[in-house]
Structures are given as C-alpha cells and as structure tokens.
Design a protein around this ligand. Structure first.
Ligand SMILES: [Zn+2]
Ligand SMILES: [Zn+2]
Length: 182
C-alpha cells in the first residue's frame, strides 16, 4: 500500500485507540485522564493542551464508532458508520511539512479538541482505505481470546494476528503443543 506518512500514522493511531476499548477483550485502556494523556503523547497528537473528563467521554465515543468500522460485517455498514462519524466532524484540509516529513495533508481544524482531531485525521485515513477498495485490510485478531483490531498492511493480505510476537507466538506454541499431543 503506497500510503504516505500521515496515512500510516493515522491508521496506527486509530488501531491503538480502538485497542484501548474493553470491547476488544482487555481492560479499559483509557481509564482516566492520565491514560488519555499518555495516549496523546505516545501518538504525538499535536496542538492538544488541557484534557478534561469531557475529552475522555468524547474520545471513548469516537473510539467505539471506529471500532464499529473495523468490525462492520460488510462495506455498506462500514461506509454508513464512517459517514455518520464524519458528518459530525469538521474537516479542514491543510498542507503541512513538519518534523522533517515531506509535504502532506492534515485534516483536523486548528482549534479541534482531541476527539474531533482524532475523528478528522483517523476518519479521513479510513475513508481513503475504503475508497481504495481495501476494507478487508481492517481486521480483528484471529486468536480465540483476543479481539484487538489491526490494519493488515502485508502485500498478500495474509496477516491474521494483532501482533505476531504476542498472539501469533502464543498460537504457534499452542499449535505446536497440539501437534506433539497428537
Ligand atoms: Zn503530519
Ligand atoms: Zn491478538
């Protein structure tokens, strides 16, 4: 996928965001403002100063909408879900060259709060993915007790686990043990 730096970055951000949700099988990853702040720093979301409980609530709502896009049973459902999120989001395209990255687009309005910032940049990245006919790259982990999401960026679309080192490794060990028992 010849995606630019911001597309790749935004897709990684939305994956990390969705995987903080308890609906992906783990604990609430955004339990409070400290966790939210850590997420903002880790994902280098720019222009965010203070965070309030309101931000936390809004980000969780946007997160659930994104989760529904990843788990949509078909393309029309994914499109409807994403369109509904985008319709509530101000999108302001802006050319930028920051931190040594080549010229690329940002989509969040300059005065956006965190949830709208994420909805704009991650929403547009997912929209491009759907437009390019790549909806099947939005996946949920195949390990039986894991529902984390990921974007399969492999050439032959063969990735099945959210993380090859954790779930992939775990499943390979389980398969190996099953073979030994057989
Ligand atoms: Zn950028
Ligand atoms: Zn997994």
């Amino acid at each position: 996928m010849p995606f630019g730096h911001d597309m790749v970055h935004s897709l990684a951000t939305v994956v990390e965001l969705v995987n903080t949700s308890p609906s992906t099988g783990g604990d609430e990853g955004l339990a409070g403002l400290a966790e939210l702040r850590a997420f903002v720093q880790a994902r280098q979301v720019s222009g965010i100063s203070t965070l309030t409980p309101r931000d936390l609530g809004q980000v969780r709502m946007v997160r659930e909408a994104f989760h529904r896009v990843f788990t949509a049973p078909d393309l029309p459902t994914a499109v409807r879900t994403l369109n509904s999120l985008l319709s509530e989001t101000r999108i302001t395209p802006r050319l930028t060259e920051h931190d040594g990255h080549p010229l690329h687009m940002h989509y969040f309005a300059a005065d956006s709060e965190l949830a709208e910032h994420l909805a704009a940049d991650c929403g547009v990245a997912l929209a491009h993915l759907l437009v390019e006919g790549e909806v099947d790259r939005l996946r949920t982990c195949s390990a039986p007790d894991c529902e984390r999401v990921f974007v399969d960026e492999s050439r032959n679309r063969s990735r099945v686990y959210c993380d090859s080192r954790t779930c992939g490794n775990r499943m390979h060990v389980a398969a190996y043990r099953a073979r030994r028992r057989a």
